[in-house]
Design a protein around this ligand. Sequence first.
Ligand code: GLA
Length: 727
Amino acid sequence: MKRTFYLTSLFSILSFTLTAQSALIPIETANNALVLHITSSKDLQTIYYGRRLSDTTEYTLVPAAYRQPGDPSGLFNSAYTPSGSRNLIEPAISVTHADGNYSLDLRFVSQQVTRISDDVSQVAILLKDPVYDFEVTLYYKSYYKEDVIEQWSAIRHHEKGNVILHKYASANLHLQAESYWLRQYHGDWAKEMQPEEARLTHGIKTLDSKLGARADLYQPPVFMVSLNKPATEDEGTVLYGGVEWSGNFRIDLEVDPQDNLRILAGINNYASPYTLAPNEVFATPPCWYSLSDKGKGDASRKVQRWARDHKLLDGKGARLTLLNNWESTYFDFNEARLAELLKDTKKLGVDLFLLDDGWFANKYPRNDDHAGLGDWQPNRSKLPNGITSLVKEAQTDGVKFGIWVEPEMVNPKSELYEQHPDWVVKQAKREEHYFRNQLVLDLTNPKVQDFVYGVVDNLFTQNPALAYIKWDCNAVMYNAASATLKDQSHFYVDYVHGLYKVLERLRAKYPKVPMMLCSGGGGRVDYGALQYFSEYWPSDNTDPLERIFIQWEYSYFYPAIASSNHVTDWGKQPLKFRTDVAMMGKLGFDIVVSKLSPNDLQYVTSAVNTYNTIKDLVWQGDQYRLSNPSDNSVASILYMDEGKSRGVVFSYLVNARYGAGSPLPIRLKGLDPAKKYHIREIDLYPGVASSLEKGKVYSGDFLMKVGINPDVHTGRASVVLALNEDK
Ligand code: GLA
């Protein structure tokens, strides 16, 4: 209903504005509006991004309400800033035309609104250079209920020769506030998603990657910006954003001479001038963003919902719990050992056994990370009967079977490298330089794309019952170059296109097989890749204390159903603590089940059962962050079903100091104040009784205003509470 209203009002605005020789293009979602304005000289500007107005015609009044210093160029708020003509600040696009001229001007020509579904609409706006036959179409895909917009551009020309694109952003935003507070992330192996928050000052702050593959190792392509003051969980205006690109990205945040914030995001143009032939289209990847005036929690719930409904592969589907052998065996296993692990998988009660690295290569066996990558034949001495017999054995044991691959990579010590030295990313005249003793395969080469596709396709063809893939990517790119690519400066961009082509082909043939996106930990987590993957591996760091923080930060941008969390032997916390933390996502184990004490074994098997009773809440529920581990001794997170009748609260002690615990109750959120809730502690260790009074019932009102005390202290460092509506 609302949507119909919006479209009608949009058209009435358009007819009004056409006569006024200027026009508005409001892109509205449930709570917000991004409003573009076409000036009388046909420049396309952003005049508003904030809470939507009841009367759409009033957007025209917005610009006059600001009394900021003048903009002599008229381009500070350009919706897609060209360069080399009137522009004075960071451009979204810069080019060299076929005749060698490097100026660009983009003027509005037309727009088209397409209603894709009740929830999703798309506005396409055509801009053209008045002098050169060069055009850009800006796309804004809006998700009404979720308040999310995806933006990208398609660049094309009809000049008499090639044009070179020097910069080609996906999105060019313009925000107006008193101050801007950027929350950004950095990291390294086992240290993903380390946050930093600071006020943006004048000039440009750039977040980027130049790593090629495993591109997010040092910095992920997501950010949030609070307006006027740092947003808290429940208060403040905050913009979330990210680039849907699994390679080099670049996000420029520029506080301009008028004190406004411009955000230019997309592929990193570093070492990547792109030559565009006449009539060819260069489409930039989408950049997503979402705005909330109700704090970080509201913003993240919307983004998580959007991801489950529209982005993540099988976001509304189920996930498999699993036992992984990486940390229990590393490269050292054989058929007999794996047979035991298959039995352990059944004993544990999880769905699937995941065979990790080390199962392949013969001439240079994969017995450590120095050799074998690229040779995807089962190692005959470890697995004389191949993978097929293992998959069958798993079936006999009543569990599913999954396998690890890293198909984009090669060890120099491999038959693949010997046979196809030209398939490797390297500079022919320079010394090779390795990352984890390996090199990246050149996915710009169609033959390599076929090979990589074949690695996975062969596994499925030979083992139709194969139920899961862990797709790893452990190296960055050094000496980025291709032996076959005509235009070397296309390399970084075409690599990612090559990767997506392979994933596209695989998904056409195997649309729903779950695949974990791993990159030596979380080196490749973005919504470009997650369209092909059902889940990601946040970090090799599975110390549960660290994971509380890492998972917390990821959760602002990605839903819990996508977070693969394994219980391992990292960290000093007891098994229950480790398991509880792993339950806040997609549960897996990487422990030696046969070495567990009887009590530990009893605990984990019952924990798997408990997880099965709450996993729908974790996967599809709304997530509320209740107590922030960075500010408090206790971390606390709630997952609540849509009907507000069931929930689960996880609380952890994150401070080892004397007396640390939960002196204050934890206020819940997202409940129905009028409903009564029964609270029960679940996932208790065998023989341990809950310190909470049994059978207590509270109103939602009480739980949200006063709260519940999980009684967290050193003796109860991890507490899980189930909430059920008391009818
Ligand atoms: C990467 C992954 C690990 C494991 C190893 C195997 O480091 O992140 O989970 O699969 O590779 O070599």
